[in-house]
Design a protein around this ligand. Structure first.
Ligand SMILES: Cc1cc2nc3c(=O)[nH]c(=O)nc-3n(C[C@H](O)[C@H](O)[C@H](O)COP(=O)(O)OP(=O)(O)OC[C@H]3O[C@@H](n4cnc5c(N)ncnc54)[C@H](O)[C@@H]3O)c2cc1C
Length: 346
């Protein structure tokens, strides 16, 4: 079997890169071993504003310009609905917090995102001592539905192997590489936190940031916006909500934990006052990087090997842009932005 590319990992990064390959009519085969869960459990929220500090997300406007049409195209191609637009309502903690909102509105990169008219309504079951600030142009991609449907689509076309990629089976030749019976021009590793097992790229400084979420059923809560307080409450229909997320920098497993659940339950007490039932709990490891910039580029000694990783807490917004950057770098010799190029670690 001869292909242009072998792709290792089918989360948001792998999916976005494969879309570039399909558009350019390149051939490929994918390996996916279900060892990481980040793209399956993600809240999937895209929000152009860091609400803790009222600062813009890095390149938010540019990323949204690429990401929204990207998800729209996939919705059409796979006949699914995964993009749901909504307003994010920030619960202000204090008058000072509220004033900071108004100071931020004037920042050019935030214009259009922070609504200058505050919301002073009350919402049954929501605890709020101050007004709410509305963030425009936000929404959610149902990443689980997206990734699972995409895997099915590749399976039908016999383009995906559900098995672990074995790094020691790569043979390097002058103008190609071989992996068992597959001959390829290039391999792109999109392994999320699985990169720690990759002998070619585990020198890169990827940190684990485990995150946990609860799905709850709260019959008396009826909101159609994302509520952002010390945690987020995201409506997913029929009075069901996703609640999250935790940050744990030491636990390297993707298993839901008692501590994670307790932390979310404790925080939730301060945000809603209505009864609820926990339906499920999920966990995954966000592939984060100090400096919050992705890891993109070719291996310094094996240029046939590339990496697309470090999407951190914002894979939904970043993945389509950096996948395009990597594709153009490999196929059109476009220079990578120094901020994302893995060469910054040499
Ligand atoms: C609780 C939680 C909430 C989050 N909420 C949001 C959110 O609201 N918005 C947002 O934008 N982002 C969110 N994120 C972050 C987001 O999930 C990540 O940025 C993104 O999913 C990373 O995608 P990825 O493809 O790089 O990695 P992954 O999703 O980890 O995918 C890597 C894939 O590679 C496979 N793999 C690894 N090694 C091998 C191997 N050797 N062989 C074969 N397959 C392999 C893994 O099984 C996995 O499927 C959240 C994450 C968590 C954990």
């Amino acid at each position: 079997m001869k292909v242009d590319y072998i792709i290792v990992g089918l989360g948001l990064a792998g999916l976005a890169f494969i879309e570039e390959l399909i558009t350019a009519k390149k051939t490929f085969v994918v390996f996916e071993d279900d060892s990481q869960t980040s793209s399956l459990v993600a809240g999937g929220v895209y929000n152009p504003v860091i609400l803790k500090r009222y600062t813009p997300v890095w390149n938010a406007k540019e990323q949204l310009k690429v990401a929204l049409p990207f998800y729209q195209r996939i919705e059409k191609k796979l006949s699914i609905k995964v993009d749901e637009k909504f307003i994010i309502k920030k619960v202000f903690k204090s008058i000072e917090d509220q004033n900071n909102w108004f100071s931020a509105i004037d920042k050019p990169k935030l214009s259009g995102f922070l609504n200058p008219v505050l919301d002073s309504q009350t919402y049954p079951g929501v605890i709020a001592d101050f007004d709410f600030g509305n963030v425009n142009e936000a929404g959610r991609i149902d990443t689980k539905k997206l990734v699972q449907t995409y895997r099915e689509y590749l399976k039908e076309k016999e383009l995906i192997h559900f098995e672990s990629f074995q790094y020691d089976c790569i043979d390097f030749h002058k103008d190609h590489i071989s992996y068992n019976h597959i001959i390829a021009n290039r391999i792109v590793f999109c392994e999320g936190f699985g990169i720690v097992k990759n002998p070619f790229f585990n020198y890169l400084p990827l940190n684990e940031a485990k995150g946990e979420l609860l799905t709850i059923h709260a019959p008396a809560l009826d909101i159609n916006f994302l509520l952002k307080s010390t945690l987020f409450i995201l409506p997913i229909g029929n009075h069901h909500y996703k609640v999250g997320a935790t940050f744990n920098w030491t636990d390297k497993t993707s298993n839901p934990s008692k501590e994670g659940k307790q932390e979310l339950v404790d925080k939730l007490k301060k945000v809603i006052s209505v009864p609820y039932r926990i339906v499920s709990q999920s966990a995954g490891i966000r592939p984060t990087v100090a400096g919050r910039r992705p890891l993109v580029g070719r291996h310094p000694e094996h240029p046939q090997l590339s990496v697309l990783n470090g999407l951190g807490t914002r894979g939904v917004m970043i993945a389509p842009t950096v996948a395009k950057n990597l594709f153009n770098h490999l196929e059109k010799e476009e220079i990578l932005d120094v901020e994302i190029d893995i060469n910054r670690f040499h």
